[in-house]
Design a protein. Structure first.
Length: 398
């Protein structure tokens, strides 16, 4: 139902006086609004992830707190205290889930099938997903843990339960993405939503609608299968340049590398301006996107009078590999480049050492910590010098 999320640490944005730059991400919500699930609370800024439930919505802020709105019929919007330290969120039909920095999962809301009771040991989780009335958690060793309603086998992970890197929950089915790029699907299959089309290979992301499934390939194309009632499995042409995918009740979404959102099935058009999006999520009959917001730099300079570290440019962007990062520094004993992927993992780090005042450059070849090729998608670039931090984003297209 949503694109994997990323964690942007709370930072001080220090920018050059002649530019206009991002001040964070706001939530754009549209679609059916019967319970206020599209009425994003103010102040609508500083968000880093979002998720849609049946008739409610959730969004994660950079300080680790969760904001909720919409139907609260089963307390699915009442985030348990302490509301802090979260790095991921997701929503089921009438329940909600959050993943904490310590690897524990918090679940709340409807619990008629045990979907809000996380099995012990509640630790070492790296991802979380909510289905209609079931839940899933991914452990750091690649094993999937499930709980909640299991009448169609949606909680029966096929063996071998290992090497998974991503999880998704549909209405009564579940999906898991393996490290080798294959998708495993199980549970309710009356519409073929568990029959992954051949060739089942080269997938980098997954999404589940109510009775359909989607997979994003490394070449930027989307494959969809399952229920076709409203055209939710008919990806519009050109089926290229996608970097993220999401599923709703009878609709689907794809995020393009240029920051635009494409929707198909039973849905309404994306609100204008359809640009500068970095994240998508689907609820039952509504959608959410994170959109970059901008402020005049003079407003920032009124608070920060001296520029000490700022990224001037990242090129090419999008890029297939070799990335040139140009930045300004007032001089630090040590500067480090960090890259985060959309699951919140640190995927690359390199030290630039001590730097004098002026312009500097860094090269990144698009590889991970172990030298592996990273998948296509949005990545967060972070430069750290002393107590100063500056961030930007890049799109990798392999």
């Amino acid at each position: 139902k949503r694109m994997p999320i990323f964690l942007l640490p709370a930072v001080m944005m220090l920018l050059s006086p002649s530019t206009v730059d991002s001040s964070g991400y706001s939530v754009v919500a549209w679609g059916w609004n019967s319970s206020g699930q599209c009425n994003v609370p103010e102040p609508n800024d500083d968000f880093i992830a979002a998720a849609g439930g049946g008739y409610h919505s959730l969004a994660l802020q950079s300080d680790g707190t969760i904001i909720t709105w919409g139907s609260n019929s089963h307390n699915q919007c009442d985030v348990p205290a302490p509301n802090e330290g979260f790095i991921a969120v997701d929503g089921g039909r009438q329940h909600s889930l959050g993943l904490k920095t310590n690897g524990t999962i918090v679940a709340w809301g409807a619990n008629g099938y045990g979907q809000s009771v996380v099995p012990e040991p509640n630790d070492d989780f790296i991802a979380v997903a909510g289905g209609f009335t079931h839940s899933l958690g991914l452990k750091s060793d690649g094993m999937i843990i499930t709980w909640g309603r299991d009448q169609y086998g949606q909680c029966d992970v096929p063996l071998p339960n290992e090497d998974f890197i991503s999880i998704e929950g549909g209405c009564y089915h579940s999906l898991g993405l393996k490290s080798d790029g294959t998708i495993v699907a199980w549970g309710y299959n009356s519409h073929g939503q568990c029959d992954v089309p051949e060739p089942n290979e080269d997938f980098i992301a997954i999404a589940a609608g109510y009775h359909h499934s989607l997979g994003l390939k490394s070449d930027g194309t989307i494959v969809a299968w399952g229920r076709y009632l409203a055209g939710q499995c008919t990806v519009p042409e050109p089926n290229t340049d996608f970097i993220a995918v999401a599923g709703g009740g009878l609709h689907s979404l794809g995020l393009k590398s240029d920051g635009t959102i494409v929707t198909w099935g039973s849905t309404i058009p994306v609100p204008e301006p359809n640009e500068d999006f970095v994240f998508i999520a689907g609820g039952r009959n509504h959608n959410l996107g994170l959109q970059e917001t901008y402020v005049a730099i003079d407003d920032l300079l009124s608070e920060y009078s001296q520029v000490s570290l700022s990224i001037s440019s990242i090129s090419p962007n999008p890029s297939s590999s070799n990335v040139l990062i140009v930045f300004q520094s007032s001089g630090f004993e040590s500067v480090a480049l960090e890259v985060f992927d959309l699951s919140g993992r640190l995927v690359h780090r390199q030290d630039a050492g001590a730097l004098t005042q002026g312009q500097h450059t860094l090269f990144w070849d698009g590889s991970g910590l172990a030298g592996e090729h990273l998948a296509s998608g949005v990545y967060v670039i972070r430069l750290v010098g002393g107590m100063q931090v500056t961030i930007s984003k890049i799109v990798l297209m392999k």
